[in-house]
Design a protein around this ligand. Structure first.
Ligand code: SAH
Length: 248
């Protein structure tokens, strides 16, 4: 009987092809898990009873944006769970419901230009980027700003501009804004942000100290500002100087 020999090289390629195929399977299985977790997040944590997020465009966007791509690898399995997660430098990515709640209150329109203070992971900016025309976002921790910028670029978000700096002053060069979202808590509403809001514009901002914060919706009408408390919350404080920022 004739013996068929593939030779060492052929064996190597056979092993490589088989393993490569397995790796791909694992990867697409993980993606399918993330997709299913994201769907559950939307149905149970956002649109579900007691949560009542109703903006359909927003629900569709949050069912699409890959939140797991914005969290450290060690926490990816928890990316769609109902709580905030650590992202390094003592900072957090907000709970999905809080992202949805704040975004819904901004009443985002596809022609809007939006300013975010507190880029963090870049996830909130990505959600906004799918709903509005342009997003400007400022992060005081420079390495977080650079990481979020890289992640947003890698995922194809071309309508977001990230700046490292103190967001208290807003972004005068790009003002006025249709909407402003602040995802860190100052002890008062920064007046530069109010000045940079368009007539008819909306702002959502947590205000207060560590144990005593409320989320406020502000609306500029006829040059005046209406302010309404909508939810007790717990956000990281708005820091003012780079040297006060914690290390990773
Ligand atoms: N929106 C983020 C969550 C942000 S957590 C996300 O989707 O992941 C709040 C962020 O605000 C932190 O990263 C913190 O470093 C940042 N921050 C605190 N004070 C700030 C300031 N004065 N200007 C800009 N960013 C600030």
């Amino acid at each position: 009987m004739r013996k068929v020999s593939f030779g060492a090289g052929a064996q190597f390629w056979a092993v490589f092809v088989v393993c490569g195929h397995c790796a791909l399977c694992r990867c697409s299985a993980a993606e399918a898990d993330f997709t299913a977790a994201r769907r559950r997040m939307v149905e149970e944590q956002l649109a579900g009873p007691g949560r009542d997020i109703t903006n359909r465009r927003l629900l569709a966007v949050m069912g699409r944006v890959p939140r797991h791509e914005f969290v450290p690898t060690d926490y990816r399995a928890q990316a769609y769970d109902d709580h905030p997660l650590l992202i390094g430098y003592g900072q957090t990515i907000s709970q999905p419901f809080i992202v949805a709640f704040m975004t819904e209150k901004l009443e985002p329109k596809s022609s809007d230009k939006v300013l975010e203070i507190g880029t963090g992971s870049g996830y909130q900016a990505a959600v906004l980027a799918e709903l509005v025309s342009n997003v400007y976002t400022i992060e005081i921790v420079e390495p977080l700003a650079r990481r979020a910028e890289a992640d947003l670029k890698r995922l194809g978000y071309t309508n977001v501009i990230v700046r490292a700096g103190d967001g208290y002053q807003g972004w005068p060069g790009a003002a006025p804004f249709d909407a402003i979202i602040v995802t860190c808590a100052p002890d008062h509403v920064p007046s530069p942000l109010v000045d940079q809001l368009k007539e008819g514009g909306r702002m959502i901002i947590p205000v207060g100290s560590a144990g005593d914060q409320d989320l406020y919706v502000l609306r500029k009408k006829g040059g005046k500002v209406e302010k309404q408390a909508v939810l007790p919350v717990r956000f990281v404080p708005m820091t003012r100087r780079k040297e006060t920022v914690p290390q990773p």
